[in-house]
Design a binder for this molecule. Sequence first.
Ligand SMILES: Cc1ncc(COP(=O)(O)O)c(C=O)c1O
Length: 409
Amino acid sequence: MSTINLAAAPLRLRNGQAASAGWSLDPLVKHVNHGSFGAVPLVAQDEQNRLRRQMEAAPVHWFSRLPRKIATARTAVAEFLQVATEDLALVPNASAGASVVYANLPHRQGGEILVTDHGYGAVTMGAERLARRWGGRVRTARVPLDAAPDTAFDAVVTELSEATGLVVIDQITSPTARWMPVERIAAEAGRRGIPVLVDGAHVPGLAPAPLAGLDCDFWVGNLHKFGCAPRGTAALVARTELSERLYPLIDSWGAADRFPDRFDTQGTVDATSYLATPTALGFIEDTWGWGTARAYMRRLADYAEQVVGAAFAEVTGEDCTVDVGMPVDAMRLVRLPAGLATTRPEADALRDRVARELDVACAFTSFGGVGYVRLSTHVYNTAADFEYFAERVVPVLAGWSCDTELGEH
Ligand SMILES: Cc1ncc(COP(=O)(O)O)c(C=O)c1O
């Protein structure tokens, strides 16, 4: 008898249509990878298009009023994240937010930057560049995949030293889809006077108040992932005395303003993604409420993990479920059969092959030489997406795994 729990009933729009009718995702492609690049609801696309038309109708009028409009959007984003408007700047993406921090920190000769082996590669590369400028190095804390909060905390803080000039820690990790106990890590680093950058790229939309109880110098989060905002829209939150040091990557007329106002002026850029973000956030709130949306994503992710895990177990004879210690509501890992996605380039190549040959958009990740499929859920996904994955994609992946084992490509 199956032990798989029933999935939640699919969500519907106010007009009774399936939730997916609120997005423009290709119906011929199964999209189970919201986590990588998000997906923008039609109402937010329409709002952004409307704003673009306004901009093109009267560019001079538009740009003279833009900083004030960005400040208004910033207030809405701050309310959504439950932080003060005067602590939050809008930046194009989490990578840009991290780059702002790297570019503006006081020089620390010989300083070390502490990251973890779950960190987002591109953000870690930025840390490496900063460490080179400091004449220091990046130190990597190894956190076991299944580490409970205490173990993860110990694994990170044990690497702190007199030499540490910055800690960069993910709140939700990208390759391993798990939370990190950032509140405790930031508190310990803060006690030692070490600045902390929390990379919360995946967090907006998944936590009602991502910075509650989190006392860190810098936090970045993408609104264009689970918040469903138009790309690229991200928040950079800075709440300590270091905030006043932060300047945008683009030097512009706001330079004389204080943080975060100076980020509202960025020369001639298309900022319509920022301005349409409140529409995206409001659409989910008005249609289902964020609390209901999160509960749905969690329940569907539980189901996805079980149904896909069971399908892999059937073809491999192995338990493919993964204990990630602190799982995330809307993103889950299932272990792939041997030989698949053992490195990041292999994982990306597998993603592209699955998209090309099977019309499924999903994420594969690699951690410690082991490959995983990372399944995401959002309000527009249904149980059928993951049942399709289990029935159609899993057997094909098992076949490709055998080919890899035999040395075929
Ligand atoms: C933890 C983490 N940091 C940073 C990023 C980069 O986000 P972006 O490409 O929007 O800058 C991602 C993207 O998935 C991520 O998962």
